[in-house]
Ligand binder design. Structure first.
Ligand code: CTP
Ligand code: MG
Length: 233
């Protein structure tokens, strides 16, 4: 039997850069909250057995109402002060799951994740313990130190990371165990934790989608509304 797959929808942030006065994942695009779009994508996917929502403190009731119609949601739990702490909160809930279970972490602020992207992550998890989603960078990315270009990595080797990021549960658990024991732990994404603390684990990168944008600031909400209207999902 294939290992159980859990999708964790991370909605523990407060959306400071969006400046809406409430968490951005509660804002509507195309007539429903971003959080509902993100949950719906995983709920509808046949490869996902369970969805766990991690919500910002003080907004659990609202998240519960949004999550209620989705049959695969097994819990709405409170997140932490950082994204890392919110991931750790989810891992605690998943304590009872076996090491070979698969877990996908997704930003609730990416409402347009779709089945093909989820398919690619799940397929890659058959052969890898860690999987990321990336899209090519249209811009040249440079490393700037003290206001001066320190290096210019070739553009074709650059990838912009999106979510979901997928892992064997045992692998991401081990990586966080090491990370939490490190007083110098710096917040990064979940693949960053694996890359830093389990450097021998290859992180497979699969193709993301330009539609799978993260709504971070007000301009992104304008783009998101346009995308939602163009193809309501
Ligand atoms: N996130 C989380 N817990 C946190 C911080 C962030 O679960 N303590 C989630 C956010 O809800 C979002 C995703 O991680 O879905 C990506 O984070 P980001 O875009 O930075 O969202 P916010 O932290 O809410 O925004 P800001 O940094 O502008 O405050
Ligand atoms: Mg943030």
């Amino acid at each position: 039997m294939a290992a159980r797959t859990v999708a964790v929808v991370l909605a523990g942030g407060v959306g400071e850069r969006m400046g809406a006065g409430r968490p951005k994942q509660l804002l509507e695009v195309g007539g429903r909250p971003m959080l509902a779009h993100a949950i719906a994508a995983f709920d509808a996917h046949p490869g996902i057995a369970e969805v766990l929502v991690v919500m910002a403190a003080g907004h659990l009731r609202e998240a519960g109402v949004i999550a209620a119609p989705f049959r695969s949601v097994t819990g709405v739990v409170e997140g932490g002060a950082t994204r890392t702490a919110s991931t750790v909160a989810a891992l605690r809930v998943l304590d009872g799951h076996p090491d070979d279970a698969r877990v996908l972490f997704h930003d609730a602020a990416r409402p347009f994740v779709d089945a093909p992207v989820i398919d690619r992550v799940l397929a890659a998890l058959d052969g890898h313990e860690a999987v990321a989603v990336g899209v090519p960078s249209p811009d040249t990315i440079v490393v700037v130190e003290d206001g001066v270009v320190a290096s210019m990595p070739p553009r074709e080797t650059m990838s912009r990371f999106q979510t979901p990021q997928g892992f064997r549960l045992g692998t991401i658990r081990k990586a966080y165990e090491l990370a939490l024991a490190d007083p110098a732990l710096r917040a990064t994404d979940d693949c960053g934790i694996v890359h830093r603390y389990l450097p021998d684990v290859p992180i497979r990168v699969v193709e993301g989608s330009e539609r799978n944008l993260k709504v971070t600031q007000p301009l992104d909400a304008v783009v998101a509304e346009h995308l939602a209207t163009e193809d309501p999902s």
